[in-house]
Design a protein around this ligand. Structure first.
Ligand SMILES: [Zn+2]
Length: 423
């Protein structure tokens, strides 16, 4: 892609000055990035795919052995019991460097092909670079990827050029956790108090946040690194929810040992409309105790709200259906009566294992229950506009042998419902 603006033009110019990868960097990737395999055969003989040394493993019956060190080259090996003779693996190494005033994050794909009986072959290919300016603007250079006929999002086409490309969220997904230890930083990042720890964040995200928001600097320099990590983990924009309280903590020299718990606690304080500027609340001596107390308080508040909702429903139901309350029919064996509350309808649904529980909101429905000697037999739904039974169901929606008799009993008494309806 041709540069679209001044910024991109400048980066393309600067990129011509970026040094080639060094021998040391490539060697480091072979020693540290690649997970070498210890190939174990059925007899328990293990062969190191890095140096070719093989030896009889002790206790070859132990199938759970997953890691070991090669006695010859000391490489850490991942043990696999297999007849496979060729192992191909891909890894990413990230190099953090600076060039012409830009922070550069380089992604190198390292490939290792290990054939039993031969020394492994290594290849490497720089597939991506992120160029970040001190003001937080960035652009990406990358190779092209194969997108058709592959299930991988990072099937790089290695012979293509590392060129300026339109941003694509695939670039953000490239693994960047294995970082070459020697890092070169632009002064603007050094100044923020960044100490080469990434707190589990992607380098680009971390650097951009450091450059854009000076609050990161305050957190790092005052030692609130756990809190910094926690907020980065949940999305940096959440800092706005906590910042006023964090400032109180800093002013009071309050240590936050459990960042997640403290953030949850602040959220609870906010829910209960406590003063988030007040050290009395935001700097508790016993955080866990206060946190747990508010968790219980919140659970009670939620339960109360649930109950109020329920009562509201009862009121609505009573208002809509009270005129039918007290209606009951009896044919000598079966008795049918109108259900008189939401609670009763929900209970009916639970006992009968059908879905009548939600029917209390149906404006056109009247719900009745049929019993014999107090035992529930079927639940009846009458349409108030059609003045007839539209369904009658026993346990698990099955009809009972009393089904026709129940439907007849209700239909014969439908005029009683009609009378109430007209009243
Ligand atoms: Zn070895």
């Amino acid at each position: 892609m041709k540069p679209k603006n001044k910024f991109q033009q400048r980066v393309v110019e600067a990129s011509k000055k970026l040094p080639k990868l060094t021998k040391e960097q490539i060697q480091w990737s072979k020693d540290n990035v690649i997970e070498h395999i210890g190939r174990r055969n059925e007899k328990g003989k293990i062969t190191c795919t890095k140096c070719g040394h093989s030896w009889q493993g002790v206790g070859y019956l132990v199938d759970t052995l997953t890691d070991c060190d090669c006695p010859n080259c000391k490489a850490k090996l991942k043990v696999k019991t297999t007849n496979k003779r060729v192992f191909r693996t891909n890894y990413y190494m990230t190099i953090i460097t600076a060039c012409e005033g830009y922070q550069v994050i380089r992604s190198i794909m390292v490939k290792c092909t290990a054939r039993t009986g031969k020394l492994p072959e290594y290849e490497h290919s720089e597939v991506m670079q992120r160029w970040l300016a001190p003001d937080g603007k960035y652009c990406t250079f990358a190779k092209l990827r194969q997108t058709m006929g592959t299930m991988y999002y990072d099937a790089w086409i290695h012979y293509t050029l590392l060129e300026l490309r339109r941003e694509n969220d695939v670039y953000d997904r490239i693994f960047t956790d294995i970082i070459y230890p020697r890092q070169k930083l632009i002064p603007e990042i050094k100044r923020t108090g960044f100490k080469k720890a990434f707190y589990g964040q992607k380098p680009l995200d971390l650097f951009r946040t450091l450059l854009i928001d000076s609050r990161t600097e305050t957190l790092l320099k005052t030692g609130y690194t756990k809190l910094f990590k926690r907020i980065m983990d949940t999305g940096w924009k959440n800092i706005d929810n906590y910042w006023q309280s964090i400032r109180i903590c800093i002013r009071n020299g309050y240590k936050i040992k459990h960042a997640t718990m403290w953030c949850d606690y602040i959220d609870l304080l906010r829910f209960f409309e406590k003063d988030l500027h007040n050290a009395k609340y935001v700097c508790p001596t016993d955080l866990k105790k206060e946190h747990d107390r508010y968790v219980i308080k919140k659970a009670k508040a939620d339960a109360q709200q649930e109950l109020e909702k329920q009562l509201e429903k009862e009121d609505e139901y009573r208002e809509a259906k009270a005129k039918f309350f007290g209606l009951a029919f009896f044919d000598g064996v079966i008795s049918v009566r109108v259900l008189e509350s939401v609670a009763e309808i929900i209970l009916e649904g639970k006992l009968m294992h059908h879905c009548v529980g939600s029917y209390h909101t149906k404006e056109d429905s009247l719900i009745l229950s049929a019993c014999i000697d107090g035992e529930k037999i079927e639940t009846i739904e009458v349409s108030l506009t059609q003045l007839r039974v539209i369904q009658s169901r026993g346990i698990c929606n099955k009809n009972t042998k009393y089904h026709d008799r129940i439907v007849n009993l209700v239909n014969q008494n439908i005029s009683l419902i009609e009378e109430r309806l007209a009243a």
